[in-house]
Ligand binder design. Structure first.
Ligand SMILES: [Zn+2]
Length: 289
């Protein structure tokens, strides 16, 4: 089964043509500061047409369009319910009508983290598992859950959103959302310079000269060199440094999780930034009750 898929991210939208668990081709669109579906969708349509043309695939042979958004999305109705300042005009936008008009195809929209979990389960690290939690750590922090083979959505499409705005430190810093001590404010990449600034030992760290523009790459490099400031990593990390972060999380869970039945397995995602695109086929073929 072939499908068109687009994943709307913070700095770019990624468009893909997929066939089952294989990504045939992809294109990235720089969205700059646009963050508006009205301004980005025409480029998405152009990109889809290029991908179809270059790969000699006609839209009619595709099962549909799958769209991931960094928002609270009700996949059952296709409605974006809340965008938290990301693609704000997607709330109330008739995405399904856009897909029908442009390509004559049905559209399914879903939260990007949920779509990534569908992808990892279909074609990546979670193949063969029915109960999965997926955390994505980077510019923001996202999380989602699958229980007994079904995405956890709940009545308001918000269940299982173990996202970056859950408070993890009541005495923490103010988040860009206005709340105190959100996971993102304590451990995502945008907060790293703020975390570094407040860290008592920062002046003795090799990171001191770059602390005001610190990123995860520099942080992990310093950690691997034995820099004491490595404790800054609060579960945040990037996939490329799985050798550093995964054993740390596994050890912590082994020690602290109350799981009499055994151990929770911690696995790095396999599909990287393409996970959401590979969630297209399972999303388009999911049957809602
Ligand atoms: Zn927040």
């Amino acid at each position: 089964m072939k499908a068109l898929a687009v994943d709307f991210g913070g700095s770019h939208a990624t468009c893909g043509l997929v066939e089952d668990d294989r990504l045939i081709a992809l294109e990235k669109i720089d969205v700059g500061d646009a963050h508006s579906v009205n301004s980005v969708l025409p480029q998405v349509a152009e990109s889809f047409r290029r991908l179809l043309g270059e790969n000699a695939v006609s839209a009619e042979t595709c099962a549909g369009v799958a769209m991931g958004l960094p928002s609270i999305v009700d996949a059952r109705t296709g409605a974006v319910l809340d965008s938290r300042a990301k693609y704000e005009d997607s709330v109330g936008f008739d995405l399904a009508a856009w897909s029908r008009e442009q390509f004559g195809l049905a559209l399914r929209a879903e939260n990007d983290a949920r779509m990534a979990l569908l992808g990892e389960r279909y074609a990546g690290a979670a193949q063969g598992f029915s109960n999965v939690i997926m955390m994505t750590l980077g510019t923001g922090i996202g999380g989602t859950a699958m229980i007994e083979g079904k995405l956890l959505r709940g009545k308001h499409a918000q269940a299982g959103c173990l996202g970056g705005h859950l408070p993890v430190l009541f005495t923490g810093r103010r988040c860009m959302c206005g709340a105190i001590g959100c996971a993102e404010a304590e451990g995502s990449s945008w907060a790293l310079p703020l975390v570094a600034r407040d860290w008592p030992a920062i002046s003795t760290s090799r990171l001191a000269p770059v602390s005001d523009r610190l990123n995860f790459e520099e942080l992990f490099h310093a950690a691997e060199l034995g820099d004491t400031v490595e404790i800054l990593v609060m579960g945040g990390g990037v996939l490329k440094r799985e050798a550093t972060i995964v054993p740390f999380v596994q050890k912590y869970l082994d020690h602290h999780a109350w799981t009499e039945w055994g151990k929770v397995q911690v696995k790095p995602a396999q599909l990287g930034n393409n996970a959401a695109l590979l969630g297209a086929v399972p999303l388009l073929t999911e049957r809602f009750e």
